[in-house]
Design a protein around this ligand. Sequence first.
Ligand code: MTE
Ligand code: MO
Length: 265
Amino acid sequence: MSRILLPKNSPLGRRKFLGLGVAGLGAGLLSGCDRLSEAPKFIDMLGSAESLTYRIQRFLGGGSALAREFSEADLSPVFKVNGTQAPDTPEYAALQESGFANWRLRIDGLVTKPLDLSLADLRAMPQRTQITRHDCVEGWSAIGKWQGPTLADLLRRAGLQPTARFAVFHCADFYERAADGTGQYYESIDLIDAFHPQTILAHRLNDEALSVGHGAPLRLRVERQLGYKQAKYVMRIELTDRLDHLGLGKGGFWPDRGYEWYAGI
Ligand SMILES: Nc1nc2c(c(=O)[nH]1)N[C@H]1C(S)=C(S)[C@@H](COP(=O)(O)O)O[C@H]1N2
Ligand SMILES: [Mo]
């Protein structure tokens, strides 16, 4: 915040400045903000432009802003399939064969009550439906109608331990399987996006069960970020306090390969 609003050598320190600006806020909230402001350090956020977007969205009122929602008339006639078209593991093939009857979503890590949920369990929860635009870095967009429970509801059921800071989505597919066994797709978001009202685990697209191409049986929709954050084939949601021990250490398959971790749009 000081970086954006104060000259470098301002005599007004960051704490003082925060103190003046948010005098009415409780100490708990302040320390929460402080904790979040340090999130980028955990993943060694190199790009200053990325860091700036993150800070602007988080501190200048963007924390709860909603992504635009569209009407049925806006739905794209074709929603492109991109990235993995179908995970090529025997485990996934077996799940697909059973119509995903044996599939379970695992929620674990820094939670108080780890969960194993079937598709029926997820369908029985309150559902959110949203028509949003998906923007891929490759330069295409598509408007689709997604349905599923909010991640917030799932996390409330699992209960967060106080040290939890990130939700990590482990996927069934290897986008690029290396000889050492790495290359499994994964993504992660902070708790503000995790509890955002438009962040859902979608099992339906355009009023039909999610196809294998689009991430069956369950994929993330985190609507204020780019396409590669929208993890398909989600098998496990892990709550963590850091990201540097996963994959190549940058918090996601594409972030590990040079893309921004915080892909705000
Ligand atoms: N598990 C997994 N999730 C993924 C990908 C992938 O290859 N594997 N590709 C990402 C990218 S780059 C995009 S644009 C979208 C594409 O989603 P779609 O196939 O439903 O259009 O999924 C994202 N999520
Ligand atoms: Mo993408």
